[in-house]
Write a protein that binds this ligand. Sequence first.
Ligand code: PMV
Length: 332
Amino acid sequence: MNKATARAHPNIALIKYWGKRDQALFLPATSSFSMTLDGLSATTTVEFSERFSADQVELDGRPIEGKALLRFQMLFDRVRALSGVDCPVRVASTNDFPTAAGLASSAAGGAALAAATSWAAGLDLGAHDLSRLSRQFSGSACRSVEGGFCEWRRGERPDGQDSFAVQVAPPAHWPSLRMVVAVCSGAEKPLSSRAAMQHSVETSPFFAAWVDQVPRDLALAKEALLRRDLGALGPIVETNACRIHAVALGAHPPTFYMRPLTIEVIDAVQSLRRDEGVGAWFTLDAGPNPVVLCEEKDAPRVAARLRRIEGVERLVTAGPGEGVCRLDEHLF
Ligand code: PMV
C-alpha cells in the first residue's frame, strides 16, 4: 500500500533564519539553530494511487488550490522522480496549533509532509536527505526532522547538497529547558515569512549587517546550549530575535509583526527578569506571538504572569521534543 502517516513537531529558532541566497533551491543566507518542541504537532497522511484523478491536499479540512497547491506539487514531483512512483497523490494534514501565526506551523507540517510522502512512495531516506527534502518545502521544516537542538547549516555548494539540518544535541541534553508560547493572535499573518524575508533581502539596508552578525550569534548560542548555560543563551536569543525584526522594519515598505499585545508580553518578560530575578528571555518569529525561554521550575511563574495580560488567548509550555516519527493510524 502506497500510504504512510508521519507526525512532526514545530521548532522555534534560537538563532533565526531570515533571507535566502537562492530562492529556487531554498538556500539560506545564514545558518540557523533551533529547538524542536514536544506537545504541539502536525500529522500528515499521504497516499499515492491511480484511483485519484489529480493531486489533492487538505489542511485541517480545507482544500488547498491554485498557487498554494503548486508548492506541494513541487515536493511530490521530487519524490516521484526519486522513487519512480508515478501516480496522483492525496494528502490530509492536521495541526494542533494555529497555522501561519508565527508558530512555525510550516516547519512541523513540512517535515511531516516530506517524511510521509517519501515513505508512501517506498523511499527510505536518512535524516539528512529528509532534511534536504523538507527544506525545499519550507526552509525551517528542515530543522524539524530531528529532535532536540538542530543547526541548519547554510552550506556552500550552489546545488544545495550541503544545506540541511544536523542535530547538535538530543532532547535529553537539556530536558528541563522550556518554551512558553504566548498566543496573542491565532489570525493569519499579513505577509508570509517567505515573502517578507525576500522583501528584506531586496530592500532592507540592514540585511548585509544581519548576514555578517549571525555566525557570531550562532557560535555563542551553540556554546551556551552545550554548556546548558541559560544565563548566556537567553540574552543572545533575545537579541537575535530583535535583530530579525530590525531587518524587517528596515525594509521598504517596512514589515511589522508585533501587535500591541506582543509588546505587553515582552515588557512582562523583561520585568519578570529585572524585578523578580526570573531567568526568562523572549524570542519572536514572523508573527505576533512571543515565545519565552526559561527553566521548567520557572515556567509556571512565567505562564501565571502572562495569563494576567488581557488578550493573551492561550499559553502553551513545551520542552525539547523528538524528531519526525511514523504512525500506523492514518487520517483517511
Ligand atoms: O521557513 P519559513 O518560511 O517558515 O521561515 C521561517 C522564518 C522564521 O520563523 C521567522 C525564523 C526561523 O528560523 O524559523
